[in-house]
Design a binder for this molecule. Structure first.
Ligand SMILES: CC(C)(COP(=O)(O)OP(=O)(O)OC[C@H]1O[C@@H](n2cnc3c(N)ncnc32)[C@H](O)[C@@H]1OP(=O)(O)O)[C@@H](O)C(=O)NCCC(=O)NCCS
Length: 323
């Protein structure tokens, strides 16, 4: 009989060997292991991230990361089981191992009080739809930042962000997300985890291949707007952003300041999942395409099942929280 176990030690190493080709993100194999170990070593990761494995005797059948998250759906706090990196060993495929893994993981999540399961499918909707997940299609926006006519940084006090800004950022996130039907509850530790994970990926990767920009606009001594951007070559991904002011002008000013530092002949392509209705006046959406990561949700409790289906406009979710 196949049983579910926590992956650590030699089992974890075998999973990392198996999944490396699919999810290495440009890291070497030793760096891929260190990257995972560092994430589970972060305060939030230690308490909320596990890797569960379905084994039968000595045979390792399938594995997944499980994130224990909190969210709000229709003003009701919900416990969420986030599934990432679902993987079946090549020799065990097409024998129902991933289905058995997900069934057992969700049964355990329900026993722990979870209301919802959430995942981001890289293989389209069909496989997970058969397991009861419903897709919420999301689009990536491509952004252009209007450059200041003075071709310099605008008059905003911009500095690098750090841990002392996390409380102000959590408060901005909460205010921005509150009107949406579905959003994660992003406390200080989760925001710290999301930013640290991107920094670790950049730090463990080849020198100069990736960078993370974390900047805030300051008024008095506190952060009033911020942005976290992953830079990979000429591509910028806005992992998360916020502005205490609903119109986002100070976020726009930070982006202008960052663009002004780039060589004039090479403007980055910028993609983001901005929450519906949040567009700084200095920013234009120049393109949209269906996201590679398809958000899918499965209600697990009666109160989650009672909610009407979600659309993209109902959801506030940041790239930096993808798993
Ligand atoms: C996707 C995956 C986890 C399925 O594992 P599995 O144990 O073979 O799954 P099951 O036996 O429960 O189901 C097999 C079904 O999955 C389908 N499937 C496998 N890969 C798929 C893909 N890339 N796209 C769509 N369906 C896929 C098979 O076609 C099969 O369908 P069928 O039942 O209609 O024949 C496995 O193929 C895998 O590890 N792939 C590489 C990693 C990956 O892409 N993971 C998903 C990340 S979102």
């Amino acid at each position: 009989m196949a049983i579910l176990v926590d992956a650590d030690g030699p089992i974890l190493d075998r999973i990392l060997d198996d999944t490396y080709d699919t999810w290495h993100d440009g890291l070497t194999r030793p760096a891929y292991r260190r990257f995972y170990a560092a994430q589970v070593g972060l305060p939030w990761g230690r308490a909320h991230l596990r890797r569960l494995t379905l084994i039968e005797g000595d045979e390792l059948l399938a594995s997944t990361k499980v994130y224990r998250l909190e969210a709000v759906l229709d003003d009701v706090p919900m416990k969420v089981a986030g599934l990432g990196a679902v993987f079946t060993s090549p020799s065990s495929r097409k024998r129902g191992a991933a289905k058995e893994l997900i069934d057992q993981v969700l049964a355990r999540a329900i026993a722990d009080g979870a209301d919802l399961a959430l995942l981001f499918s890289e293989i389209g909707p069909d496989y997970y739809a058969k397991l009861g997940f419903v897709a919420i299609p999301t689009t990536d926006q491509q952004l252009r930042v209007t450059e200041s006519t003075r071709y310099g940084a605008p008059m905003t006090m911009v500095r690098g962000g750090d841990d002392r800004d996390l409380a102000a950022i959590a408060s901005m996130c909460f205010t921005r997300a509150e009107p949406f039907r579905f959003h994660l509850t992003r406390d200080r530790d989760l925001i710290h985890f999301a930013i640290a994970r991107k920094r670790l990926l950049a730090g463990f990767g080849p020198l100069g291949a990736r960078e993370v920009h974390f900047f805030i606009a300051e008024e008095g001594a506190s952060a009033v707007a911020y942005v976290v951007i992953s830079v990979h070559g000429n591509a910028w991904t806005i992992e998360e952003a916020g502005d205490r002011d609903p119109n986002g002008a100070r976020l726009g000013a930070i982006l202008q300041a960052l663009i002004a530092r780039e060589p004039a002949e090479r403007r980055p392509s910028i993609r983001a999942w901005l929450p519906d209705g949040f567009l700084p006046p200095q920013v234009t959406i120049v393109g949209e395409n269906v996201s590679a990561e398809l958000m899918m949700i499965k209600p697990l409790s009666d109160r989650a099942r009672a909610a009407a289906p979600l659309t993209q406009a109902d959801v506030c979710y940041w790239h930096g929280d993808l798993f």
